[in-house]
Design a protein around this ligand. Structure first.
Ligand code: WT7
Length: 650
């Protein structure tokens, strides 16, 4: 990989981009030098019910972390995403939905229809007793009703907690319990790539597993018509609930700092954390980044392929594009069903202007050569985007050539569940591209690189990636545990938000994210805590101890590599390996399925009993020559055994 390959701003964007080079420079400078006036001005892009008088009230000091933006202003997120567009674009498509099965009818939902659907469901939720500040759990397929449900919550001031439909009943139960939801919205089944996921059955099981919550109502959308058990005292069909409601529902006046949603994400230790995002700052951040990073113009059809169960789906399928009066595409299926040409056909069918996806999807298509684009026109595309993990330059070039025909810039957008929206990314009219680099900070974003002693480093170098000041979309706390929030993000480098990522900065000031420096894995762009997978494994009777690390994986970026020490009397077998994989799927979900299980009689521990993961990572990656110092191990001999075991397992 070379830093030399530069793809300059294309003619198309040089002449007509919303933000050109000079504008980027001057706006960026102003956003850093005078954030208050910069953000006060940008906040005009939202409709406020009551204007704010304070812009920013932030402290990153570890003894007093607080983050507040526009905190005496009031607004409603759903009104900003729907109502205010009605005058000009009531007949314009807000959401276009493409079903899993290509032969089925698609759905086009105009802003007027979105207003009606969301208002009816909002009234329906009220009729179930949902009030401002209550948490409603959503466990939905990729269908428009998932967006309706998010916006209906926002409309009445309820907090949505979306749980990805691929998570297990156990994982769902933990999330319902943590937030104390009384209402769950789900569907009979989800469909993906011709397969079905029994969402309602999973909810039934989750509800029975809940320890803290008592779920009063489960709202069930008939999505596939599949069979479900129906508990008449608790369950209610979605269409029965909304059918009898009025299509008018006054949006609730919300404080800018009132919580809009909670979304769970994995950390290096402990259970998944409920990331709290609030109303004003989050909506401003997703709206402004969606417009400028994607150079979005109303009328264009924009497609982000993420599931609404992840932050990317929240920010760039739902809130960002709808806040901007855009047309957002929702695809129920997967890139390879019924065949690898599907994405190309969707792009042509809807004349997609911008396609935003994940490197793992690109790599899985790249493995098919020209087939994914062979019969596609793709001339509607003007811009491509990636998110979720570093993109290897080879995949970048393939995407650029095959989908972009060498004409469309690729915005490689770095951000996190915690950041709410994009923080480091090219703007297509302002920043020359380097494949594999997320390039430059967005307005108001102040990245810095730290050495291990906690000193900021200047110039071309690499280190721990921190952010020195707040941005409006930043998470505010961890649900129910502010202390954990402080410890996780503000205790490594005093006065800074620590991202958990390492990065390199080159001579041109471009950032190259090198990946997590903590015990968090990135599997197909999804975050997975090693501790979570380990605790799932040790909950199986046969497992005495488990250590989980990432290993290189051609398609997923990182695979899940597991070292297992069995309990006395158990012996390794292929059946047991299969059973353990199945066990993890059941505990967490299919995305956590281990790729490799290596049997290990012992793990490399220091004399104080701490597992040296560095060594396990090196062995999993076949890098036996660079194991580093092993002399502090309690028993250095385990290393040879592990290397031997790796040759057998891999
Ligand atoms: C982690 C955040 C942001 C939505 C999807 C993932 C990695 C994300 C990039 C990128 C290099 C990236 C980081 C980050 N990451 N985007 N463009 N280049 N790395 O959200 O699950 O919260 O994961 O994903 O390691 O910390 P998430």
């Amino acid at each position: 990989m070379s830093d030399e390959a530069v793809y300059p701003v294309t003619d198309h964007f040089r002449n007509k981009a919303l933000i050109d080079k000079e504008t980027y420079e001057s706006m960026y400078q102003r956003s850093i030098q005078d954030p208050e006036s910069f953000w006060a001005e940008q906040a005009k892009r939202l409709d406020w019910m009551k204007p704010f008088s304070r812009v920013k009230d932030v402290s990153f000091a570890s003894d007093d972390v607080h983050i507040r933006w526009f905190d005496d202003g009031t607004l409603n997120a759903a009104a900003n995403c729907i109502d205010r567009h009605l005058e000009e674009r009531s007949g314009q498509p807000a959401i276009i939905w493409e079903p899993d099965e290509e032969s089925e009818d698609n759905r086009v939902i105009t802003y007027a229809e979105l207003h009606e659907e969301v208002s009816r469901l909002a009234n329906g939720l009220k009729s179930l007793g949902v009030k401002k500040g209550d948490i409603v759990t959503l466990y939905m397929p990729m269908v428009p009703e998932a967006a309706y449900a998010m916006l209906a919550c926002a409309r009445i001031g309820a907090i949505h907690s979306v749980v990805f439909g691929g998570f297990s009943p156990e994982a769902l139960a933990g999330r319902i319990d943590d937030g104390g939801s009384k209402v769950v919205i789900t569907a009979d089944e989800a469909r993906r790539g011709g397969k079905r996921v029994p969402l309602k059955a999973n909810v039934d099981e989750a509800v029975s597993l809940c320890k803290e919550s008592s779920v009063d109502n489960v709202v069930v959308l008939k999505a596939t018509g599949g069979n479900v058990d129906f508990n008449g005292n608790r369950d209610i069909w979605y269409r029965d609930l909304v059918g009898k409601q009025s299509d008018q529902c006054e949006p609730e006046e919300m404080g800018a700092e009132d919580t809009l949603f909670v979304l769970y994400t994995s950390g290096s230790t402990g259970k998944p954390k409920g990331v709290v995002h609030t109303t004003g700052g989050y909506l401003l951040h997703t709206s402004i980044t969606h417009e400028y990073v994607f150079d979005y113009r109303p009328g264009e059809v924009y497609w982000c392929s993420a599931d609404v169960g992840w932050i990317t789906g929240h920010s760039y399928v739902v809130y960002g594009p709808l806040a901007n009066g855009g047309t957002t595409m929702m695809f129920e299926g997967v890139p390879t069903y019924p065949d690898v040409g599907r994405l190309g056909r969707i792009i042509d069918k809807y004349k997609i202007a911008t396609f935003y996806t994940a490197p793992t999807a690109i790599r899985s298509l790249m493995a098919e050569g020209d087939a994914p684009v062979a019969n596609a026109d793709l001339s509607s595309l003007k811009l491509l985007g990636t998110v979720g993990e570093p993109i290897n330059p080879e995949a970048w070039r393939w995407f650029h050539q095959k989908f972009g025909k060498g004409q469309c810039p690729i915005v490689d957008t770095w951000w996190q569940t915690e950041t709410g929206g994009i923080l480091i990314s090219p703007l297509p009219g302002a920043i020359d591209l380097k494949p594999g680099s997320a390039t430059k900070p967005f307005f108001g974003v102040q990245p810095a690189l730290m050495d291990p002693e906690g000193n900021e480093m200047e110039g071309a170098t690499s280190g721990g990636l921190v952010l020195k000041d707040s941005w409006p979309g930043q998470m505010r706390t961890i649900l129910g545990n502010h202390q954990r929030f402080v410890e996780t993000y503000f205790s490594t480098y005093e006065g800074c938000y620590f991202t958990g990522d390492g990065a390199k900065r080159d001579e041109d000031g471009y950032y190259w994210i090198t990946g997590r420096v903590d015990d968090v894995l990135n599997v197909s762009g999804h975050r997975m805590g090693t501790a979570e997978v380990e605790s799932a494994l040790v909950s199986h009777d046969a497992v005495a101890e488990a250590a989980v690390v990432g290993c290189p994986h051609e398609i997923k970026g990182q695979g899940i590599y597991v070292y297992v020490t069995l309990t006395h009397g158990q012996s390794p077998s292929d059946e047991l390996a299969k059973e353990l994989k199945q066990h993890v799927r059941k505990e967490i979900g299919p995305i956590a399925t281990p790729d490799v299980i290596q049997w290990a009689d012992g793990l490399p521990k220091t004399r104080s009993g701490k597992i040296m993961r560095r060594i396990l990572r090196k062995i999993a990656a076949d890098e036996f020559d660079s194991l580093g110092d092993t002399s502090t191990l309690a028993d250095p001999n385990v290393v040879d055994d592990l290397i031997e075991g790796h040759r057998v397992a891999a």
